[in-house]
Design a protein around this ligand. Structure first.
Ligand SMILES: [Zn+2]
Length: 225
């Protein structure tokens, strides 16, 4: 309880300071504080332990597959790609999911998949438009025949699977930006693989990157040649 009171005191003070100094920062900080409010009775270590436990459970889910596109914005040129970072990443993930569904289907048992999107106002409309286009014309890499047409939007606060996807994204980000491998090592074991090589997760960056994702991807390319 002591820590809860101290955090609240610090936060109130910080908000007063920002209110006078920087309005934009004030609004962002206020939002961050509101969203993290349910966790402030826990120490940083306790919070990390919870995420770690969730990652450990996910790492044991043999049926689960992770698909992700991690874009290093420094190396991404939207003009050359004719797409925004968000669009390209979405197209990649949809294509990989389609490939996965195709791979696990058999001639007499076609497996269908459903995409569940976080109901985020800024992307919901764009994703709906993009999905319609992918269904009609395919993505850059594949036709879309195994993903059910209607995108399903859910409120992430009420949907634990979307929160788990967020945790996976967090683990990937902390690994690529900060070199933290505690969570990454657990969830990367669930990345979709084909013949032992990772195909579900990619790091879009310079060619010389030696991170585990790029190395796993390189191995894959060599195997395909
Ligand atoms: Zn890399």
């Amino acid at each position: 309880m002591q820590s809860y009171r101290m955090v609240m005191q610090y936060r109130t003070k910080e908000l007063y300071r920002l209110q006078r100094a920087d309005n934009r920062q004030y609004k962002q900080t206020k939002k961050n504080f509101r969203k993290t409010y349910p966790y402030i009775h826990l120490t940083r270590e306790e919070r990390y332990e919870i995420i770690k436990k969730i990652a450990e459970v996910v790492s044991q889910w043999r049926f689960a597959r992770v698909f992700a596109e991690c874009v290093d914005k420094v190396h991404f040129d939207p003009a050359r790609r004719l797409r925004t970072v968000d669009e390209q990443a979405f197209e990649q993930v949809v294509s990989r999911f389609e490939h996965f569904l195709h791979a696990i289907s058999t001639p007499d048992n076609k497996i269908y998949g459903l995409l569940i999107h976080d109901n985020n106002e800024t992307v919901a409309r764009r994703h709906t438009v993009l999905m319609k286009r992918f269904h009609q014309r395919g993505t850059l890499w594949t036709d879309v025949n195994h993903i059910i047409e209607t995108p399903l939007f859910v409120d992430s606060e009420l949907t634990s699977m979307v929160q788990i996807a967020d945790m996976v994204a967090y683990a990937l980000r902390r690994y690529l930006e900060n070199g933290e491998s505690g969570l990454f090592d657990l969830i990367f074991t669930r990345a979709d693989k084909r013949q032992g090589a990772v195909v579900g997760v990619r790091h879009f960056t310079h060619n010389q990157c030696r991170c585990q994702i790029c190395e796993a991807h390189r191995t894959n390319k060599e195997k395909l040649v």
